[in-house]
Design a protein around this ligand. Structure first.
Ligand SMILES: Cc1cc2nc3c(=O)[nH]c(=O)nc-3n(C[C@H](O)[C@H](O)[C@H](O)COP(=O)(O)OP(=O)(O)OC[C@H]3O[C@@H](n4cnc5c(N)ncnc54)[C@H](O)[C@@H]3O)c2cc1C
Length: 465
């Protein structure tokens, strides 16, 4: 740590053309500058370089590369494994790259590499348009997109990467390039699922869909009913139309409005819906599931702007809490898996801990496993087991529950996991399993664009020999 104390000073002396802000441990504002979403990860970089443009990115990449410093790249800072920061080295903080240009006629949006999804959704929502993202508004566009992007429009519009048209990327050499189907197509293939392994993306251009008012909200049953609710859900959802999205959750009903007081703090299971269309159509499409199940504790879906629905649960999960999570791709949910979900759902260790099963069928199945770096096009769900709590004293307990839950269900999984929902301690075999047959091609693209593995603070793909 001794050396890192002087890093910001050295950078200030040497990076004369740098237009952004350089913050080191000795500077005021350092604690704020180094903070990331997951408070379980407490890293102290030697320099946080908040860049103003792509030239600044190139300057800092070269600075770190030439000194052999560890380099992390931070978009929204939301990564569960804390892969947007590092100890001692340099963090490129993209949070000032916030430009958003919507072209409603051309159905595109171009966004800066440091945008959050709530900012993008608000801008496109003004035109009744959206591109698919995640389930919260506070997540960064950068990390979510580069890892794939699973959310409440996945069945309707595909993964986020399926809507990526172009990216501007600063390479390990410092050179800025464009990646699209027409330019640097191997790089474009790799960044659609391969994470931050290939360069720093300073802007993304996405295709937009007509998504204005949607039907959104949960239907919840007591956690004791997991066996019947999950069994019915696994049969129902794959046959539902693409306009209907709905992830299954084990959760505790939060002690806040608009949840009715009499059910607050109860452990529950249920489906968080998103229907792209009208209320009557939504009710008709949900009916086969609802009619097959007992009366729920709550049936909350209602019309609202998609951009509002995207942020609805943000206040429940603010930055600065403890997170430990594990993930798996899932093809089928056999009865034995349902039994384990019922068991661990009943043992949620804290109010905010949860399990989500995100559908990744529908439009996400249109591309083949080798069309983008994201290999699991044949999986039907992505599961995440998330131990969450504000109190660091509960860190060990949430970690234990998460790993036990994962261990119990992993035998029923498809093998790999969504890289964006892995921790930083899962090992390179797990990364390889998550890219399956695409790993070797990714390693070759990595060798071409980042032979020295400068961009290694991520779910790392090592350059091919
Ligand atoms: C509460 C919570 C909810 C989530 N919900 C979803 C969800 O619904 N769907 C989903 O798909 N994922 C979800 N995620 C996972 C999320 O996609 C990843 O955590 C993702 O890494 C976050 O992106 P970020 O830019 O905020 O992260 P950061 O921590 O800033 O970065 C994460 C990784 O991406 C790289 N990176 C980020 N931006 C860039 C860039 N512009 N150029 C190059 N590399 C970059 C970083 O180097 C790092 O390796 C969620 C995460 C959390 C904590």
């Amino acid at each position: 740590m001794g050396n890192s104390n002087g890093l910001a000073q050295v950078a200030r002396q040497e990076l004369s053309g740098f237009g952004g802000k350089l913050t080191g441990p000795e500077d005021p504002g350092y604690e704020e500058a180094r903070a990331i979403y997951n408070a379980m990860i407490d890293r102290r970089p030697g320099l946080v370089a908040t860049v103003a443009d792509a030239d600044d990115v190139a300057t800092v990449v070269s600075f770190a590369r030439d000194r052999d410093l560890v380099l992390a790249v931070r978009g929204g800072g939301h990564n569960g494994g804390g892969l947007g920061t590092c100890d001692d080295g340099v963090v490129i903080d993209l949070s000032a790259l916030k430009r958003i240009e919507v072209d409603p006629g051309g159905r595109t949006v171009k966004v800066g590499g440091g945008c959050l999804w709530k900012e993008v959704d608000a801008a496109t929502g003004e035109h009744g348009l959206a591109t698919p993202s995640g389930i919260l508004g506070t997540t960064g566009v950068g990390g979510l997109t580069l890892g794939g992007g699973i959310g409440q429009l996945t069945r309707t519009c595909g993964l986020t990467i399926d809507n990526l048209l172009e990216a501007e990327v600063v390479l390990a050499s410092g050179e800025p390039v464009r990646a699209s189907a027409a330019e640097n197509s191997d790089l474009f293939w790799a960044i659609r699922g391969g994470g931050g392994n290939f360069g720093v993306v300073t802007s993304f251009t996405f295709h937009l869909h007509e998504v204005g008012t949607v039907i959104a909200g949960p239907t919840l049953w007591p956690v004791e009913q997991v066996p019947e609710v999950l069994s019915a859900y696994r049969e129902f959802l794959p046959g539902a139309p693409r306009e209907l999205n709905g992830f299954f959750a084990n959760m505790t009903i939060p002690p806040v409005d608009p949840f009715p007081a009499e059910i607050q703090t109860r452990k529950a299971c249920g489906v968080f819906w998103r229907y792209v269309g009208g209320e009557d159509d939504a009710a008709r499409e949900m009916a086969p599931l609802l009619d097959a199940l007992p009366e729920p504790l709550l049936h909350g879906p209602q019309p609202m702007p998609h951009a509002d629905a995207q942020c609805a649960t943000d206040p429940l999960y603010p930055a600065g809490e403890q997170w430990y999570w594990r993930a798996d791709f899932v093809n089928r949910i056999p009865d034995e898996a349902v039994t384990e979900h019922a068991r661990y759902g009943a043992e949620l260790p804290t109010m905010k801990s949860t399990m989500h099963l995100y559908p990744i069928d529908g439009a996400a199945h249109d591309p083949g496993p080798e069309d983008t770096a994201w290999s699991y096009r044949d999986a039907n769900w992505g599961t995440v087991y998330a131990g969450v709590d504000p109190d660091p004293a509960n860190a060990a307990a949430i970690r234990r529950w998460c790993i036990d839950y994962f261990d119990a269900l992993h035998p029923y999984s498809a093998g790999g996991a969504y890289v964006n929902m892995m921790m930083d301690d899962e090992g390179s075999d797990r990364v390889r399993a998550s890219y399956r047959g695409n790993y070797d091609r990714l390693a070759r693209v990595k060798a071409e664009y980042d032979p020295g593995n400068i961009f290694r603070v991520n779910q790392n793909i090592e350059p091919a020999a």
